[in-house]
Design a protein around this ligand. Structure first.
Ligand code: ADP
Length: 315
């Protein structure tokens, strides 16, 4: 804090992928949220550029403080982390909304002060130092924005902050990361949604892809997938077909219906089928899938198939 006050913190300006950055934090905090049986959702508006110019480390610090607090003070319900473009094109609005304990109205201003906690029992029950929000406010200011909170005791809190960050126009035309494959062609980084009820399978695919350019987001069943699909921008969906709650056929159908209603182009969906039987494949295609891979999926096959969706001509 004193470093910031003394002006000894320099902001970096470099290109980073917003979805990747938020995903990193969510995957770390997701474990804690899971333990508390609280849902941790992210919602990155489709109108945001994929790559931004700014200081990802400072941004992460603020998000980590807010998400950490939200989990600490929430015992049931959900936490929603969202990002959208402000009407002023160069500002981005981040929101962390929880359904936790809430904060008394007369404490709302003071929680941003150093060493301030909403009530004296907080340290006893939850620990903490009362410095997180003071640091967050200063960092947000440094990034050209403001932080505010709305809250109701017993119902939850919503922290919002803005930061001034431009789209990285130097990247590929649509602002995505890419890697040259051969002359005239590039492999773009894709945001991929992996839908599979088996944790082992999700881990396996994650391991297959750990050295790739792509960002992987996960859903445990069709319902979860549809919710995530509506809130985020994905370039590709990997869909297991047999799942509890809502299977891959139904999930694909409602994704397609939703895309058509919104006039959005079909996102490629690769079905993971249990057998390579013709009828099975046809059933996936009829539901709206673009493509299929037979399980168990092999690393090379998966990587190559994904690459076929990521390769583009560089001109
Ligand atoms: P710390 O979490 O270390 O106590 P912070 O500066 O991050 O310090 O937060 C200050 C106080 O604001 C907290 O002690 C708590 O009383 C209140 N607070 C912050 N975030 C939330 C939240 N999401 N829900 C309820 N209270 C919160």
């Amino acid at each position: 804090l004193s470093k910031i006050e003394a002006g000894r913190i320099d902001l970096e300006e470099r290109s980073f992928n917003l979805m990747e950055e938020v995903e990193k934090i969510i995957s770390i905090y997701g474990v804690r949220a899971n333990e508390k049986k609280v849902k941790l959702l992210k919602c990155i508006s489709k109108n945001l550029p994929a790559n931004l110019l700014g200081d990802p480390v400072r941004l992460r610090q603020v998000l980590v403080n807010l998400i950490g607090n939200a989990i600490k003070f929430t015992d049931k319900g959900e936490i929603r982390v969202s990002a959208e473009r402000a009407p002023d094109d160069e500002m981005i609005i981040f929101t962390v909304a929880d359904s936790g304990t809430g904060i008394a109205q007369d404490k709302l201003e003071s929680i941003f002060d150093e060493f301030s906690q909403a009530d004296s029992s907080t340290t006893r029950r939850y620990g903490g130092t009362g410095l997180g929000l003071a640091i967050s406010r200063k960092l947000v200011k440094l990034m050209g924005g403001e932080i505010s909170v709305k809250s109701e005791l017993g119902k939850g809190s919503t922290f919002s902050f803005t930061v001034r960050m431009k789209a990285d126009a130097v990247e590929a035309a649509d602002g995505k990361k890419e890697k040259a494959v051969d002359e005239g062609r590039v492999e773009r980084a894709l945001n991929i949604l992996l839908v599979d009820d088996s944790e082992d399978n999700r881990l396996l695919i994650m391991t297959f892809m750990k050295d790739s350019l792509h960002t992987l987001d996960m859903a445990e069943n069709g319902e979860d997938a549809f919710e995530k699909f509506m809130m985020n921008k994905y370039d590709l969906v990997l869909m297991d077909m047999q799942m509890p709650v809502m299977d891959g056929y139904e999930a694909t159908r409602i994704i397609r219906r939703w895309e058509h209603d919104k006039n959005i182009a079909d996102t490629p969906i690769i079905a993971f089928t249990a057998h390579a039987l013709r009828e099975e494949v046809q059933k996936c295609l009829n539901a709206g899938c673009t493509d299929h891979l037979a399980k168990p999926v092999k690393k090379k096959e998966l990587i190559e198939r994904i690459r076929s969706y990521a390769i583009q001509s560089s001109v």
